[in-house]
Write a protein that binds this ligand. Structure first.
Ligand SMILES: C[S@@+](CC[C@H](N)C(=O)[O-])C[C@H]1O[C@@H](n2cnc3c(N)ncnc32)[C@H](O)[C@@H]1O
Length: 253
């Protein structure tokens, strides 16, 4: 789905006339307001970090991209992703074409990959940029963050032309089942903001045409293949599946 038009998306809440918040509103071309309304959705700086939250403040905690917290809370899916990319290869160039909140990119960079995080939703891209800036000065993730860079825009049109990627990673939004929507209540604000990626089937053929060695697609365990295209193999867990589309042998370790 195309990014939310600014008139329907969040506003910047800037109660203290903070110049950083005002600059953010100008950059995103969205309204900057001093007083929140209960029904609205707002971007604001909370203790130095950019967060997104609802005006009523009760439905869920405001959300930020916090790479240090993500690193602490990393889960077993970690090893599945490592298997799907064929193990650690320092310097492997990876395009995460659907970066979202950058959780998978953080793992990919932690394996030594040089990761470009492409995100088309301007608000999500702003949260990512803020998160990456803070990560660079947090000792628990600073070294990993040196291998991450953000490319704001719609892939494949936002491709970096001078550098083909060894591996392209895709994790488009998948429609939530009722059960998983409840489990992931904390993520509701993100899902409401971004909506379903209805155009996601077009990403796989584009990735297969562009990646040098491999394309990996993350799906819920029982979801159909992206674009109906069977992978050569899959790394499957209880809730998640990584579909692997090799193009040619991975570069030596
Ligand atoms: C499910 S989220 C990805 C979550 C991510 N893997 C993580 O670990 O946080 C999908 C994201 O991809 C973005 N997206 C979808 N299609 C895109 C495209 N063609 N180009 C750039 N971003 C895209 C959406 O805006 C959304 O933020």
């Amino acid at each position: 789905m195309a990014p939310t038009p600014p008139e329907h998306g969040p506003k910047v809440w800037n109660p203290d006339g903070d110049s950083r918040a005002a600059a953010l509103a100008r950059a995103l071309k969205i309204d900057c307001i001093e007083q929140r309304e209960a029904a609205g959705c707002y971007l604001f700086y909370d203790d130095g970090q950019l967060v997104i939250g609802r005006g009523d403040g009760r439905r869920e905690k405001p959300m930020a991209v916090d790479f240090a917290a993500q690193w602490q809370q990393r889960q077993p899916g970690r090893e599945m992703l490592l298997k799907a990319i064929g193990g650690r290869r320092p310097g492997l160039s990876v395009l995460d074409a659907t970066a979202g909140l950058g959780r998978d990119s953080l793992l990919l960079a932690s394996y030594g990959a040089e990761v470009t995080l492409c995100e088309r939703h301007p608000v999500v891209a702003a949260l990512l940029k803020d998160g990456l800036e803070r990560a660079k000065s947090d000792s628990s993730v600073a070294e990993i963050a040196t291998r991450m860079r953000i490319l704001e825009g719609e892939w494949p049109s936002a491709t970096v032309k001078d550098k083909p990627f060894d591996l392209i990673y895709l994790d488009p939004m998948f429609p939530e089942s009722k059960k998983s929507a409840q489990v992931k209540k904390a993520m509701q604000i993100f899902h409401d903001l971004v909506g379903p990626d209805d155009d996601s089937d077009s990403l796989l053929p584009a990735a297969l045409a562009e990646a040098r060695h491999r394309v990996v697609v993350k799906r819920p365990a029982r979801a159909p293949w992206l674009a109906g295209m069977p992978p050569q193999f899959a790394v499957t867990g209880k809730a998640l599946r990584f579909d692997v589309y090799p193009i040619k042998a991975m570069p030596p370790k």
